[in-house]
Design a protein around this ligand. Structure first.
Ligand code: ATP
Ligand code: MG
Length: 347
């Protein structure tokens, strides 16, 4: 199986290198790798943040492991040439419609959470966010009202096929966990949400073993900080998912700890830490590589059919933390390499 390694900018190459060491230790020769430039690094080398050969590699590979893009030296470029366009272009070209963000608090890091430690300890959930629909992609514009006042509008829409396919991802994710799915909407006010709820209920007939509940998004936001332990898997639309997944991340501790997956219909995916290129610490060995190492574990589980290897990596990360591995973002002084060493030793 072929992995496309797209390290990108800033700390991207540093953290992807550690994930690669861990993958080598766990999978040996079962995986092969090709590396390509993306983001600012690609712009400087080729004049484009997502060169055709990088896109071709991503399309050919079985999965993509992505570092981060973002380069302050590109700030003055026109939008189409900025590093961030690379990730948007990849999502579009690969048809990635499902964004999975696990938010799990390793118990050793309870003091890093934005929540009180005793509440934070209960956090272990996955947010499944739809990425291709909703208010982001509806008709939008600016017009004048009858009285000449400016009026902005954004049409929120979902069709039933879009809802059904993300609902299936939510149910399948729940099947692999504690079998509890919470569908988040605003069905008391929004027509899209009423359709969302109806379709999720229809799809649920195929997953009799999953306990389904529905929650309004305002209540979900409250429960996330009040009693996050009640959530196992959350499935929600693009807008609500954008907000709730950032909220859940901060409840779960450092930005350097959290992985993500973006999947398409065939199960192929792009895996990346939720953090960016962190230019302020790039090249100093200060980056925490665990978010990328955990992203590699997600890749093994969701795209490569190697759930046992994924479990091994996640267990090793927990063990490394329990053994005191701490990069600066976790209040310690260990380098990026040393954090990788700690995970390898735990393996
Ligand atoms: P982007 O727009 O690319 O998402 P951002 O502006 O949101 O970038 P990040 O690059 O994610 O910002 O960095 C935010 C802060 O978190 C910075 O201070 C950075 O040093 C820190 N940070 C990000 N990732 C890590 C990491 N893996 N380890 C340690 N600190 C990190
Ligand atoms: Mg960011």
């Amino acid at each position: 199986m072929l992995i496309a390694l797209l390290p990108g900018d800033g700390i991207g190459p540093e953290v992807v290198a550690q994930a690669r060491r861990v993958l080598d230790a766990v999978c040996g020769d079962a995986l092969s790798y090709e590396t390509a430039a993306v983001g600012g690094a690609a712009y400087h080398a080729t004049g484009h943040p997502l060169p055709p050969e990088t896109l071709a590699l991503a399309e050919r590979a079985d999965a993509v492991l992505f570092g981060a893009v973002g380069d302050p030296t590109c700030d003055a470029l026109e939008r189409a040439l900025r590093p961030e366009q690379a990730i948007l272009g990849l999502r579009k070209a690969l048809g990635l419609f499902a964004n999975l963000r696990p938010a799990r608090l390793f118990p050793e890091l309870a003091d890093e959470s934005a929540l009180r430690p005793e509440i934070a300890r209960a956090i272990d959930m996955v947010i499944v966010r739809e990425l291709n629909g909703d208010v982001y992609f509806g008709e939008k514009g600016m017009r004048r009202t009858a009285t000449g006042r400016r009026e902005g509008y954004d049409v929120m829409s979902y069709d039933e096929d879009q809802v059904a396919r993300i609902a299936h991802v939510g149910f399948r994710t729940a099947m692999g966990r504690d079998r509890r799915l919470c569908s988040v909407d605003k069905a008391n006010v929004l027509e899209t949400s009423q359709l969302w709820r109806d379709v999720v209920i229809e799809v649920s007939a195929e997953y009799p073993d999953v306990a389904l509940e529905h929650m309004y998004v305002d209540n979900a936001a409250m429960q996330l900080v009040r009693a996050p332990g009640r959530f196992d898997v959350i499935v929600t639309g693009n807008l609500f998912g954008d907000i709730l997944s950032d909220q859940a991340s901060m409840c779960a501790g450092s930005i350097g700890m959290l992985p993500s997956a973006s999947l398409n219909e065939s199960g192929k995916g792009l895996y990346e830490p939720i953090h960016g290129s962190a230019p302020d610490i790039a090249g100093q060995g200060k980056a925490n590589p665990l978010a990328t190492i955990l992203s590699a574990a997600m890749m093994l589980r969701h795209s490569l059919g190697r759930p046992d290897d994924a479990d091994r990596i996640e267990t090793a990360v927990a063990k490394a933390l329990a053994g005191g591995a701490r990069s600066p973002d976790l209040g310690g002084a260990m380098t990026t390499d040393a954090m990788g060493d700690a995970v390898l030793a735990a393996l």
